[in-house]
Structures are given as C-alpha cells and as structure tokens.
Design a protein around this ligand. Structure first.
Ligand SMILES: Nc1nc2c(c(=O)[nH]1)N[C@H]1C(S)=C(S)[C@@H](COP(=O)(O)O)O[C@H]1N2
Ligand SMILES: [Mo]
Length: 409
C-alpha cells in the first residue's frame, strides 16, 4: 500500500506546533503511559466515557443531550493518531493555503479574526461510526454508543473567502484539509497525518466554515484549537481539527484516509452483507461526500427512570438530518404498533439537533418498548432493518428504548 499517498506531506509538529512564548499550557496524557493525569480526567473535559487513551477518544453520556447545544466540556472527542498538539503558539501558528492556487498564502490567527466577515452556524458534529456497537456481525473500530455526536454553534469565517484570496486555479479537482496531529497510522500505510479531501465541485464548500469558536468560546484544544473545518450536514470525518493546511489538488486524493478509510456503500441504505464484501462486489463512496442520514434519539426516559402507571411524564428526545432538517418525529409506546406525532421544539437551523417531546401516561405496569422515528426535510425516514457494512458506518435505524412502569398501588 505504500505509495498511495500522492504528494509528500510535511511532518506537522515540526512545522507548526512549537512550544514557545504565548503557548497555552495543557497537559495531555503521555501517549504511552498516562500517569501525569488523574484517571478519567482530560484537560477542559468533564468525566466522559473514555473509549481509548492512545489516541484519546471520549464519548458523551446521554444526559448531556438534555441541552440542545452540547456543552463544550462534555463534547465527544475523536482522534486517529496519538501525537496530539497540547500547546499551540498562536504567534507562530499559520493556516496555509497552497497547491494549485495563484497566490499561496499563510494566514495568522489575527488575520482570520480581523480580515474576514464572521458568521455562525448551529450544526451537528457526528462521527461516521456513531452507534457502531449496534452492528452485527460485530465490526472493528471504536465501539461507540450513541454519544459519538454533539451539537454546537460554530463561529468563524467562510472557507470560500480564504480560497478566493488565494485564487483557485482551474483544473483543481479537490481540496485537501490537514490538521496538526501526527503519529503512527494504520499498518502498511504512510498515513502519519490526518487529512481529508472534498471534491472542488461539491456545493457544500459554499457552506463550510473555518471555525474559531464553539458555543461562543474558543475551541477546546481537543475539539480542534485554534481552528477547525465545519462541513454542515456531513459526517465529521472531514471536519478537520487544528486545521493548518489547505491544498488545492490537480489529481484526486489517493491517501489512505480517502481510498481505504471512511468509505460507505454507494446504495441509499448504506448497507451490505459480509458475503457481498467477500465477493468484492461492493461499490463505495467517501462518507464525507454525502449528507448524514436522518436520526432521532430518546433523551428521557431511560432504563433507570422511575415510571408509575397513570402518572403522566414527557418523553423527550432529539433528531437531526443532513438533508433539510427535521419535518416530523413519531413515537410509539407499544413496540411499533401505533405511532403518535411528537411536538417539535424551536428550530435552530437545518443542521442542528431538533428537540422533540410527547406527553405520555403509562396505562399498564410492566416493561414497555418505546420507539422513535424521524422524517427529514427531503422525506427520508429512518431505517427499520438493521444496517451492516464493514466499516460500521452510517447507522440510522429507528431507536428503541425499554422502560419499566411500576404499580401505583
Ligand atoms: N486533525 C484531526 N481532525 C479530525 C480527526 C482527527 O483524527 N484529526 N478526526 C475526525 C473525526 S473521524 C471525527 S469523528 C471528528 C471528531 O470531532 P471532535 O473530536 O471535535 O468531537 O473529528 C474529525 N477531525
Ligand atoms: Mo469519526
């Protein structure tokens, strides 16, 4: 597989992550032995579900989704490589735009802040592998529950405003985005850095932001300080953190991250079988080239809730889609036999979580299976059959939630 990575990329740390004057002090676990940090705690983060230490991967527990904007300190964290910048000297840091452009440019942080019009978007950042632990047969990869996602208000500047300054040449076919993290990649690949590309004709480029704020604060280090790419409605595999290089390519990106990783079945259900994969018949597309499928989730009640027969409660949840926001959420309190339409909360825009709620008075004691299913702005409804693909990607099956109703007398 060596040789897949077309252009040689620089070693990010040498180029940019200096530890000099003005650096913020942040102590991250040593990549081999984490004795420097109390167990379970990572700088700027609350205790979250720690799925890996090397690299650090944290999942957001369900109660944090009671707030429509996920708190920064509870926002999930995903890295692929274990050398993560833990201090960035903004006086040295630059965002460079290079490759097939008229004027290769390097932007300082203060230029990004002062020379471009700021704007904000509320958008869900969801890992392509969110909910992977549901897959059967099991697939390798981070075994996410439903907390490999979060919703935030991202503030920054338009990607296209920076690119217009640099002047994209014709014959550019793709834009490659690379972050500062580095380290040993997948075996047999030279993927010592994390980078992803978007097709230059992809209309989503017009909506992409280079964000320096998350929920009105500087980005937490682990969510991409000082700037990250926001690609609204798309899986976050292409939301490059610590974004430092944008490169206009004249050939399609042949790197490991585009050719091998993060590819999903081309069919609309994103589903296949182990047999089809073994037969070599599966055609795939990069997960970042397509809108995220519609999903909905229960926030309350959960399996630990104390429910009592004839005592009214409110069933609450969230929903989102990469295709035109949420049109409707339906809830079943009888295992899918009948459905009622939930009330939707206020609309924070088509890329945001949409809160929903439904009053419910349990009529009988015992075990009840709740279900929720959402329909998006384009009329897509959540899947009812299990999804399977070898990467464990793009799960969007109707959620079920078992609850227990107690006697009142
Ligand atoms: N620099 C960099 N950016 C990255 C990644 C990474 O490993 N390095 N992982 C991507 C993937 S797959 C995910 S799911 C999101 C996670 O974003 P978060 O860590 O801010 O929650 O970051 C994306 N951007
Ligand atoms: Mo991801």
């Amino acid at each position: 597989m060596t040789g897949l990575l077309g252009t040689a990329l620089p070693w990010p740390r040498e180029a940019h992550a200096q530890n000099g004057k003005g650096a913020s002090d942040l102590v991250l676990p040593d990549t081999h032995w984490n004795a420097a940090v109390p167990t379970g705690l990572v700088p700027q983060k609350l205790p979250l579900l720690r799925l890996s230490d090397r690299p650090i991967v944290l999942e957001t527990p369900r109660p944090f989704f009671e707030s429509l904007l996920t708190p920064n300190a509870a926002f999930f964290v995903r890295y692929h490589l274990d050398v993560i910048p833990n201090a960035i000297d903004l006086s040295q840091w630059r965002l460079s735009v290079r490759g097939n452009v008229s004027r290769p440019l390097e932007f300082s942080f203060s230029q990004i802040l002062s020379e471009f019009e700021p704007l904000s978007v509320v958008a869900v950042n969801q890992c392509t592998g969110n909910s992977r632990s549901r897959f059967f047969p099991r697939v390798p990869g981070t075994q996410w529950g439903n907390g490999g996602m979060g919703n935030a208000r991202w503030t920054g500047v338009r990607l296209m405003d920076l690119l217009d300054r640099a002047g994209l040449h014709s014959h550019t076919v793709a834009l490659r985005f690379q972050g500062l993290d580095s380290g040993r990649g997948a075996e047999g690949t030279p993927s010592h850095s994390y980078s992803k590309s978007l097709d230059v004709r992809d209309p989503i480029l017009q909506d992409c932001l280079i964000a320096y704020q998350m929920n009105g604060e500087p980005l937490p280090m682990l969510n991409g300080f000082p700037v990250r790419l926001i690609v609204p409605g798309r899986f976050s595999t292409c939301w490059i953190k610590h974004l430092s290089w944008i490169e206009a390519l004249t050939e399609p990106d042949q790197s490991h991250w585009m050719k091998n990783a993060y590819r999903i079945p081309k069919n609309p259900h994103r589903s296949t079988t182990p047999e089809e994969v073994a037969a070599g018949k599966l055609s795939t597309v990069p997960a970042s080239d397509v809108p995220m499928p519609v999903r909905s989730f229960f926030v309350q009640p959960d399996v630990s809730s104390k429910l009592v027969v004839h005592l009214p409660i409110e069933i609450k949840g969230i929903a989102f889609s990469g295709s035109g926001g949420i049109r409707q959420v339906e809830v079943s309190t009888d295992g899918g036999r009948s459905w009622r339409v939930a009330r939707l909360d206020s609309d924070l825009g088509p890329y945001s979580f949409r809160g929903w709620r439904l009053p419910w008075t349990p009529q009988r004691p015992g075990q009840v299976e709740l279900r929720c299913r959402a329909t998006d702005g384009k009329g897509n409804v959540q899947a009812t059959e299990p999804i399977w693909n070898p990467g464990g990607y793009a799960w969007n099956v109707v959620e079920t939630q078992t609850v227990f109703v107690g006697e009142s007398a």
